[in-house]
Design a protein around this ligand. Structure first.
Ligand code: IVH
Length: 670
């Protein structure tokens, strides 16, 4: 790349991309790329910038460590900046680090401490007179969010120190993690509530630490490991002994920490933990090697971003190679066509992988996938498998590249490219079966109309039988018409009919979300419903009026107007209205505030019809009450929805705690 113009545009591109990924990672908790891909891009940018200093920019992402600062927390400046570590993926580079250190220390003896690199979110704790006084996130490295109240809920963190010999004031840094067991439990609960799943324990840990409700944080089961002691009067002159002292004061310090004396011992440590880490109760993404002596650390010093006395070795993501059977193209409820790699089943990190999304046409092209190729599948810190490459040496000569379909695989309609995006869409909204059944499935979901007994298969059966061609038809179902279908007995028919009837009480904002208006997700639906208050009003609103609502941009506004102008949708809405579905905000849909629940502690359990769990929590707090995660003698009421666990019910009954339903609760507030 000799041309300066080309170099400049590559630098600009990398800066923009890295900033975007930084935001996805630190603010949205939803990374799109693996750490490794991020690191490679960062390395390329660092390299280009150092070779081409004329394109220097003080705002380049190479100049900062990323920020996790979010609104809603007070901020504090770190006493010592929180830097990151230099990364490597190769054992050879770790060996080079040891050799470099030996050269810099000019032949002095030195020991290296090997540690786990915990995959969570970093935290700085300040202790004074043996008590925890402040907990701050890394933030941008200079200042972070004060999350003391949330951190206090983590049982393994000592609030008051044990033992003796702690300095009057010191700082200790560590990683807040969500153990695998808690992560699985949390995601199972979120799946049940149809909430978005966390991609990995790291996102779950950082998302949890930033919750504004410490009671909810307490319920999530966070843990913390500590790896760095800072202050003026530390007990020892070396890192290893300082960490041992910290362990004696009550901090959790990993048993995996070891003193290593030469390259051979360092390599053996890597070799051992590369596999042994899989047995640990928490996620790790690598190892960290640190010079043990604090004096030697001081001599080695820091670069702008990281210490010269430490290096992180990142584990390779687990990877498998498997033949591609075929690529299927699947149509979602919005008509977007997603390519899916159907693979020869392969075992990867303990689960069998058979399918992996290829997301869009560009990804197929960039990976240059041919029919019959063998593909690399990876699972890094992510739970969802990802296709990362093709084994070119195994390619059959003359094989054809995988072509993205140009016609809808379900209805044959020519596809159209979604403006400004890499996806293709089937425009046959009202005649394409998977779009219709997909909308029915969405409509009946727990967070929408909460209609029980209709999953993917039932939606397809109802459509194929001619009973349900759109969401309004659900309200014309009768017990007999359902029982006439194969495999439906009286019980399942009753369940559907009963829950269709109950759905008429679902608040207006969830009805708006349930309609499947393109670009209208849960949050947007809430904003629109709360602002316009009724379907009649929403139907009259122009794009300009809609964009005046907070967070509603021109694309969403245009989509709403287009949806509501279509005669088929107007017909569906009028049939829903006739059936009794709520088409306006009711008084109780707004969160009433006051002090009616002052001093009362509630535990919420199950799935609700009128409001979401989060809304009930907000109502309890807005009225002076407290939310607790589990039932105890201190609980005053259990607010129970459907599907409340039998163990909870038993415990409440045993302790004589009243279990109330949502109508009774709303009654308490009115
Ligand atoms: S030492 C100045 N030790 O990795 C060095 N960091 O990129 C301070 N991490 O922000 C960090 N395990 O969140 C250190 N045993 C360990 C670690 C560790 C995880 C995280 C930490 C830090 C990042 C460095």
């Amino acid at each position: 790349m000799a041309d300066k113009k080309e170099i400049e545009s590559r630098i600009v591109f990398l800066r923009q991309e890295l900033e975007r990924h930084n935001h996805n990672y630190y603010v949205n908790n939803a990374p799109e790329i693996s750490d490794r891909e991020f690191d490679l891009m960062m390395k390329e940018l660092e390299c280009l910038e150092s070779e081409n200093p004329e394109f220097d920019d003080p705002y380049s992402p190479t100049r900062r460590v990323g920020s996790d600062i979010s609104k809603g927390f007070e901020q504090a400046r770190h006493i010592y900046p929180m830097l990151s570590l230099g990364n490597t993926y190769s054992v050879g580079e770790v060996d080079d680090f040891v050799r470099r250190t030996r050269d810099s220390l000019m032949g002095q003896d030195f020991a290296i401490v090997g540690e786990m690199k915990f995959d969570g979110t970093s935290i700085s704790l300040i202790y004074e007179e043996g008590r925890l006084v402040r907990a701050v996130t890394r933030g941008d490295g200079e200042k972070g969010d004060v999350v003391t109240e949330n951190v206090k809920t983590i049982k393994s963190i000592p609030l008051v120190l044990k033992g003796t010999g702690w300095p009057r004031r010191f700082e200790i840094r560590g990683e807040i993690v969500l153990p695998w067991k808690e992560f699985d439990r949390l995601n199972a609960e979120r799946r049940f509530n149809e909430e978005a799943l966390f991609a990995n324990p790291r996102n779950a840990a950082s998302g949890t630490l930033k919750l504004l409700n410490p009671a909810e944080v307490a319920r999530r089961g966070l843990d913390a490991y500590f790896y760095y002691l800072l202050g003026e009067e530390l007990p020892a002159d070396n890192h290893f002994d300082n960490m041992r002292a910290a362990a004696s004061w009550g901090f959790k310090v990993s048993d995996a920490m070891a003193l290593l004396n030469n390259i051979e011992e360092v390599d053996a440590y890597i070799n051992h933990w590369d596999t042994a880490r899989k047995e640990l109760p928490v996620a790790t993404d690598g190892l960290v090697f640190k010079v043990n002596s604090l004096v030697q650390q001081l001599n080695l010093g820091f670069t702008a971003k990281s210490p010269r006395w430490a290096i992180a070795y990142k584990f390779q993501a687990e990877r498998a190679l498997t033949p591609l059977k075929f690529v299927s193209f699947e149509v979602g409820r919005m008509g977007i066509v997603t390519p899916v790699a159907n693979l020869e089943p392969v075992l990867l990190s303990g689960t069998i992988v058979k399918r992996a999304s290829l997301h869009n046409e560009d990804i197929i092209k960039n990976l240059d996938i041919h029919e019959g190729d063998s593909l690399y599948v990876e699972k890094g810190g992510e739970i969802i498998p990802k296709i990362t490459g093709v084994d070119l040496s195994a390619r059959v000569p003359g094989s054809t590249p995988v072509q993205f379909v140009r016609e809808c695989p379900a209805c044959g309609t020519p596809l159209v490219r979604v403006e400004g995006e890499a996806s293709w869409m089937c425009p046959n909204k009202y005649g394409c079966t998977p779009q219709i059944t997909g909308r029915v499935e969405h409509f009946v979901g727990r967070r929408m109309m909460n209609i029980d007994g209709i999953g993917e298969e039932t939606a397809e059966t109802l459509f194929a039988s001619g009973l349900v061609s759109n969401i309004a038809d659900l309200y014309t179902l009768t017990k007999d018409s359902i029982m006439a279908l194969d495999r439906f007995g009286e019980k399942s028919a009753d369940r559907i009919i009963q829950s269709v009837a109950q759905s008429k009480n679902v608040p207006f904002e969830r009805v708006v979300y349930a309609l499947s208006i393109p670009y209208v997700g849960e949050t947007v639906a809430k904003k629109i419903a709360r602002s316009c208050k009724s379907m009649d009003r929403l139907m009259e609103m122009s794009e300009e009026e809609l964009t005046a609502i907070d967070d509603i941009g021109p694309r969403i506004a245009a989509s709403i107007v287009e949806y509501l102008a279509a005669p088929v949708n107007r017909d569906i809405i009028s049939r829903l209205r006739e059936a009794g579905v709520r088409m306006e905000v009711e008084q109780t849909d707004d969160v009433p505030a006051g002090d009616r629940l002052s001093g009362q502690t509630f535990v919420i359990s199950g799935v609700f019809t009128h409001h979401s769990r989060d809304e009930y929590k907000a109502m309890i707090e807005a009225n002076g009450g407290k939310n607790a995660g589990s039932i105890s003698k201190k609980t005053d009421y259990v607010l129970a929805g459907s599907n409340m666990g039998p163990a909870k019910l038993e415990k409440a009954t045993k302790l004589g705690i009243p279990v109330i339903d949502e109508d009774a609760f709303l009654g308490m507030l009115s």
